[in-house]
Design a protein around this ligand. Structure first.
Ligand code: HEM
Length: 483
């Protein structure tokens, strides 16, 4: 644990707090030929960056106004918030002449080169693996700007200001747009639910010395998320930065719903509809309301799902046996990506901590249309702009995807082989079994395995470094531009 308090004015706001958002735009760019011009203009962009302090204050303002409105029986007003963060890839750092070794091979290699090991589908072209990604992510991207706000208008306004500073579109542009992806939270009662319908963003670790830990949440040292805290091997400018793993994940929602409909769990006199809902909950590890199946194994419990003091307070050891799938399948998305007692029991209480990540991100794309629901087929792209922060990519995102989600025997030492994470698991290149499958979907037939279609399709991504604000200003940017 760091003894000095975290410098909240220095750490970008998305990392420890999260930018407040109804909508969030990811603007991916390359740096133009005149790199020094970019670095000069960057100094004028730095004041836009939302710090952790500012992100906390935005949250407090919105929470207070909500509280007041509810007390007075009014609808909470839309409070203007404009969030802005910026991060760079390895090619981006190199272009800026930042060449010190940042000490992370995953970051240095980039996600394109990692895609095969992540299990992304693709083909071999001239002896080289090329993932089935959209073209924008098959070329070098130097950086990403993240802009959030209460409305698209507010995001567009910030984007227009920043683009004007960087002269985007002009003959002397200092950056070029590669792709702009707009994320939007889902409407009405689906707010905070991802596109399959499950409440998301419940479980992130509490950072010691910063967050107050809620029951079952689990704590991490700041150095698990931020560079330059527990490690001495990183360059000084990396302190208070974090690696941002971005994944452009499309979700096949009608196809997911069809599978649940066709495979209802026929137990305990459940109706087919209830049996389908239970199957969905067992694939994720939570009901759509957020209630964990480890605590609510047979029926949803929306009050539990909505209660932050209870909805994370479980450890896969009920009643005191972590070797059954009665309550939660070993391969459920939640259990694969944070195995809790499954690992504590065999590897000690600190065994999961290095692998915790802080998840941000947002949904993209429209709601399922009546036609798609009728056809049971996706016609319009939708999914998750997945973002997570960690100080070591090979312990964080890469580890979760490759060594846990894609790895059939994980969690280890179980009576049945768990199988692949049904939500995000992909086939490792070395896996002789080319079918996504898992055991334990049916609590009464735990040995049985179920083959699973693919419902989450990666179409791009990159690893970025989200530097501290002082590093952006003093190391990445050049002295203020004089008109
Ligand atoms: C479209 C893709 C994805 C969907 C639909 C999805 C859905 C969900 C849902 C519904 C939850 C439960 C809410 C919560 O506990 O906060 C969750 C938790 C989680 N997901 Fe995902 N997820 C996706 C991608 C990923 C990826 C790519 C990773 C990392 C490789 C990941 C890692 C996690 C982790 C670490 C948790 C929290 C587990 C815990 O602490 O108990 N997810 N996800």
């Amino acid at each position: 644990m760091t003894s000095t308090p975290l410098d909240l004015d220095n750490i970008q706001g998305d990392i420890l707090v999260g930018l407040l958002k109804n909508t969030e735009t990811y603007y991916f760019f390359t740096i133009g030929d005149d790199v020094n011009a970019f670095r000069r203009q960057l100094s004028l962009v730095v004041p836009f960056v939302t710090s952790t302090t500012a992100a906390m204050s935005d949250r407090a303002t919105v929470a207070q106004s909500k509280k007041e409105a509810l007390a007075q029986g009014r609808k909470p007003p839309l409070i203007p918030v404009a969030g802005f963060n910026i991060a760079f890839s390895q090619p981006g750092l190199k272009k800026m002449g930042i060449v010190d070794d940042i000490g992370d091979d995953g970051f240095k290699k980039g996600q394109f080169a990692d895609s095969q090991d992540l299990g992304d589908k693709g083909s071999t072209v001239n002896g080289k693996f090329v993932p089935d990604w959209i073209p924008a992510f098959k070329h070098a991207i130097d950086g990403v700007m993240i802009l959030s706000g209460e409305t698209q208008l507010s995001v567009d306004k910030t984007l227009a200001q920043v683009k004007a500073i960087l002269r985007v579109g002009a003959h002397n542009a200092t950056i070029h747009e590669v792709i702009k992806i707009v994320g939007v939270v889902r409407p009405g009662d689906q707010r905070a639910h991802e596109h399959f319908g499950f409440l998301d963003g419940i479980s992130n670790p509490a950072v010691r010395g910063f967050d107050t830990e809620k029951p079952g949440q689990g704590q991490v040292d700041p150095g698990v998320i931020l560079l330059g805290h527990d490690d001495t091997s990183r360059p000084a400018w990396a302190k208070d930065g974090s690696f941002l793993a971005f994944r452009y994940l499309f979700q096949l929602v009608p196809e997911f719903n069809l599978f649940l409909k066709q495979n209802p769990l026929r137990i305990n006199n459940l109706t087919d509809e209830q049996g389908s809902e239970l199957l969905g909950a067992r694939l994720v590890g939570r009901w759509k309301s957020g209630a964990p199946v480890d605590l609510a194994p047979l029926a949803d419990d929306p009050e539990l799902g909505a209660d932050p003091m209870r909805n994370n307070n479980f450890s896969y050891s009920f009643p005191n046996d972590f070797s059954t799938q009665t309550r939660c399948p070993f391969a459920a998305h939640l259990r694969k990506t944070n195995p809790r007692n499954d690992l504590f029991q065999i590897a000690g209480p600190k065994s999961v901590e290095p692998h915790r990540i802080i998840r941000r991100g947002i949904q993209f794309g429209p709601e399922v249309t009546p036609l798609e629901a009728h056809d049971n087929r996706t016609h319009l792209g939708r999914g998750l702009l997945f973002v997570c922060y960690q100080s070591v990519l090979s312990a964080g995102f890469q580890f979760l995807q490759k060594s846990w989600s894609n790895n059939r025997p994980f969690p280890p030492q179980k009576p049945q082989e768990p199988g692949i994470d049904p939500i995000i698991g992909q086939i490792n290149p070395s896996d002789p079994n080319k079918v996504r499958s898992m055991s334990g979907t049916n609590p009464n037939l735990q040995d049985a395995t179920l083959d699973l279609p693919t419902w989450v399709v990666p179409r791009g991504g990159e690893y970025f470094f989200s530097p501290s604000i002082s590093t952006l200003r003093d190391t990445f940017a050049l002295g203020a531009h004089i008109q």
